[in-house]
Design a binder for this molecule. Structure first.
Ligand code: FES
Length: 261
């Protein structure tokens, strides 16, 4: 039998007896997440300035089709519709985008920040009925576990890019960009390996996890990352955007990539 809809019996929209400044957190989420979405969308459609030497922007990796030396399958495919704007980022960004959009932490954050459902705990909502995530479109949030598997694949390519960033045309070296791309994969690892769905995969589905010592250990490691999931989420979001900016500005000749080794 389907669970009945929950009816909010509180006061009008925004009413609360909370004495703290509860609106600060959703406002910051709105500004931070909104700024990232605007920048990432703009960057994805540029189709230029996304590589510099051995570096490639994480927004464009893996570059399946494209004009740079990083492209896996060559240039723009002949079957690509001519009326659509072409960019290598459009083949790949839907995976990390979908992963973050369906992330359990981000859901809680942007439901509050973007459509006030609720604006914060114990604060009056603009609507009276809570429908949950049982109907379209929010039922699509269940695809998070599928995005998780695809995201590990993308992350593996980003690790490859970080390793490749040590190999310049004149041989092995370390540039500031190398460090930027290495930090990027470390922060992304902290985020995606602390995923709630991954924790379920490694041990959450077991009836008695202590019967599986290796999986219990892994479960504890994931739980450790999961405890700071919000921090990993924001740090990795900021850094992946900064990595794109770094490669882009070096490629445009605005920033100089210092070689440390
Ligand atoms: S719950 Fe946040 S990445 Fe899976």
């Amino acid at each position: 039998m389907a669970a009945p809809d929950v009816v909010w019996k509180g006061g009008r929209f925004g009413s609360t007896s909370r004495p703290d400044r509860w609106w600060i957190s959703p406002s910051l989420v709105f500004l931070g997440f909104g700024a990232f979405i605007v920048y990432a969308t703009w960057a994805a459609f540029q189709n230029g300035y996304y590589t510099y030497g051995p570096y490639i922007s994480p927004f464009y990796s893996p570059e399946i089709f494209g004009s740079s030396p990083h492209a896996l399958l060559g240039g723009k495919p002949h079957w690509f519709p001519s009326f659509l704007p072409f960019s290598p980022a459009l083949f790949i960004l839907w995976i990390p985008g979908g992963f973050r959009l369906t992330c359990y932490y981000y859901r809680g954050a942007y439901y509050k920040a973007f459509w006030a459902d609720p604006p914060a705990c114990a604060v009056g909502e603009p609507r009276k009925v809570y429908l949950g995530e049982r109907s379209f479109p929010l039922i699509l949030q269940n695809f998070h576990r599928n995005f998780l598997r695809l995201s590990y694949l993308v992350w593996a390519f980003l690790v490859y890019d970080a390793v490749r960033a040590f190999f310049f045309p004149d041989g092995f070296g370390i540039g500031v960009g190398t460090i930027v791309l290495v930090i990027n994969v470390v922060l992304l690892a902290g985020y995606i390996f602390g995923c709630h769905a991954f924790r379920h995969l490694v041990g959450g589905s077991l009836r008695q996890i202590s019967d599986y010592p290796a999986r219990q250990k892994l479960y504890e490691c994931v739980s450790c990352l999961n405890g700071q999931h919000k921090k990993w989420a924001w740090a990795s979001l900021f850094w992946v955007g900064f990595s794109d900016i770094y490669v882009r500005l070096c490629s445009m000749g605005i920033w100089h990539d210092w070689r440390l080794l």
